[in-house]
Design a protein around this ligand. Structure first.
Ligand code: FES
Length: 139
């Protein structure tokens, strides 16, 4: 078991290491198009749910908040992909998002995207970089 919880669990807000990296999970915990890892992130002084998934070999993380209505998106804890494994889907009304950018692809997200968080992968681990460095996940 890792220190932020099993795949699909919401972990506590952890310490940010002096390097500015916060370990989210082991690389092996993220299968391409598979179950994501939920975690909490502090943003504007408030703890918010977030998640990291793997798509085409790379980890991507977002706030767990649909652009339509600010609700968590997973239909089961950690289940963010649609049945094709190609898109992130909101369980409430079915909005689809591009996994590599958070861009709205279809549905009630109405061209608004997910809020992306910056992650990196090294030495078999996935890290969140500098909490508070989030950016809008679409161009
Ligand atoms: S709350 Fe996500 S599509 Fe409506």
């Amino acid at each position: 078991m890792d220190d932020v919880g099993d795949v699909g669990d919401v972990g506590d807000v952890g310490d940010v290491a002096a390097s500015g990296l916060r370990r989210l999970c082991a690389s092996i915990d993220l299968a391409d198009g598979g179950v994501g890892v939920r975690f909490m992130v502090r943003r504007h002084g408030k703890d918010e749910p977030a998640f990291v998934i793997r798509h085409r070999g790379h980890p991507h993380a977002y706030l767990n908040r649909c652009a339509h209505v600010p609700m968590e998106m997973d239909w089961q804890p950690g289940e963010f992909f649609d049945s094709s494994g190609l898109y992130l889907i909101c369980a409430t009304h079915g909005a689809l998002y591009a996994p590599d950018s958070g861009r709205c692809v279809s549905g009630r997200c109405d061209r608004r995207g997910l809020v992306a968080l910056v992650v990196s992968e090294q030495d078999g681990q996935v890290f969140l970089i500098e909490e508070g460095s989030e950016r809008v996940g679409y161009e």
